[in-house]
Design a protein around this ligand. Structure first.
Ligand SMILES: Cc1cc2nc3c(=O)[nH]c(=O)nc-3n(C[C@H](O)[C@H](O)[C@H](O)COP(=O)(O)O)c2cc1C
Length: 348
């Protein structure tokens, strides 16, 4: 798949065209509350990816962990876009300790034919959507979980399936406890509301009502979703007539052995690889980071469910017909030439 309006068949692309093609794909990475906390600069055969602190969730994510995971997902997508052009990305993650917002530099010094697998994943970049709700009873496609584990491991992360009923219930209870506390916390609720606009909004960021159910889809055990509609009843009509509670799916934690910005960026790369593999297999994925935004609950999950590794994401995998839609800022809003105004400052 090529991003709309692009064609690789019209002859060799200039470095500028390649950068635009790459960023056009990269913006479709997932990000917390769809904040899209990134910007890119292009300089010849090199793209720099910066975290955008103006889009960081100051209340929910004061350390920028989720911001860096989001940027890692964009980095993976950018690299995959290069592969779709038969270019081999050379990547340096956090190359300059003096510029902590410079997430990565990517260049493309060589060519090599893309693989069928890379092309399949790239084909999912625009199709994949975050799912919010329950799953159908159908099992996951064979071989998927092994592929997902490998995808995470390639980036130094571990996908831990939480299969035991007691441990699933423990994780669900942590999600529910965090969700309750966040709804009752006016500062958190106000921050979430800033990233969840009303129906009909012209915004190109945040979580739109066409991406979550109007009526919470309870699962067993229950993993409550975020309160994007904050009491307005916005959201999609019910998609399924299947009896409730619906399946919570296969529940997993994505963990890392360290908890530094480099671990977060790589967890984001692993996350996007996982999401695209699942999409290529026809599986849907729901994400829950509510309990990981509480130091106490995160520590409890780390010690009780993750063998001391650092939990970065809670995921649920399953099969379901998806109707969610999403939005993104256009590439021109996030890509500038190196040396142009504010392109090299690493922040705003
Ligand atoms: C670090 C991170 C944390 C996220 N946490 C949640 C979450 O707690 N609940 C949720 O429904 N989606 C969560 N998401 C998914 C985003 O809301 C989603 O990627 C964004 O709204 C864009 O939608 P899309 O993934 O369908 O393109 C998270 C994504 C990332 C990268």
């Amino acid at each position: 798949m090529l991003p709309e309006g692009e064609s690789a068949s019209t002859g060799p692309l200039t470095a500028e065209e390649i950068a635009r093609y790459v960023v056009t794909a990269a913006v479709w990475a997932p990000s917390v509350h769809n904040t899209q906390p990134w910007r890119f600069t292009a300089d010849g055969q090199q793209i720099s990816l910066y975290a955008d602190p103006g889009r960081q969730l100051r209340v929910a994510d004061p350390d920028g962990r989720e911001m860096m995971i989001s940027c890692g997902a964009a980095l993976f997508t950018a690299r995959l876009a290069l592969r779709s052009l038969d270019l081999v990305p050379e990547t340096c993650v956090l190359p300059d300790p003096g510029q902590p917002l410079l997430v990565a530099r990517v260049s493309w010094p060589r060519r090599a034919a893309r693989t069928e697998f890379e092309q399949q994943l790239f084909g999912q970049v625009r199709q994949r959507r975050t799912h919010r709700g329950g799953f159908d009873p159908a099992p996951l496609p064979g071989g998927l979980l092994a592929g997902l584990r490998e995808g995470a491991a390639r980036y130094g992360a571990t996908l831990r399936i939480i299969a035991d009923d007691g441990r699933r219930a423990m994780l669900a209870a942590a999600v529910a406890e965090a969700e309750r506390a966040q709804r009752a916390d006016s500062e958190r609720a106000a921050e979430l509301a800033r990233w969840a606009a009303a129906p009909g909004s012209a915004r190109s960021d945040g979580v739109p009502p066409q991406s979550y159910p109007a009526r919470a889809e309870h699962t067993s055990p229950d993993f409550p979703g975020r309160d994007y509609a904050h009491g307005h009843g916005w959201g999609l009509p019910p998609l399924s007539t299947a009896p409730w509670p619906r399946s919570a799916g296969i529940v997993a934690l994505l963990t890392t052995t360290g908890d530094r910005p480099a671990n977060w960026v790589n967890a984001g790369q692993g996350l996007q690889q996982i999401l695209l593999i699942a999409a290529a297999f026809g599986a849907a994925v729901a994400l829950h980071t509510q309990p990981l935004e509480s130091a106490r609950l995160r520590e409890s999950i780390r010690t009780r469910l993750a063998d001391g590794a650092y939990p970065q994401l809670v995921l649920r995998f399953g099969t379901v017909i998806q109707a969610e839609a999403s939005i993104r800022r256009p590439p021109d809003d996030v890509l500038s030439a190196s040396g142009s105004d504010d392109s090299d400052t690493g922040g705003r």
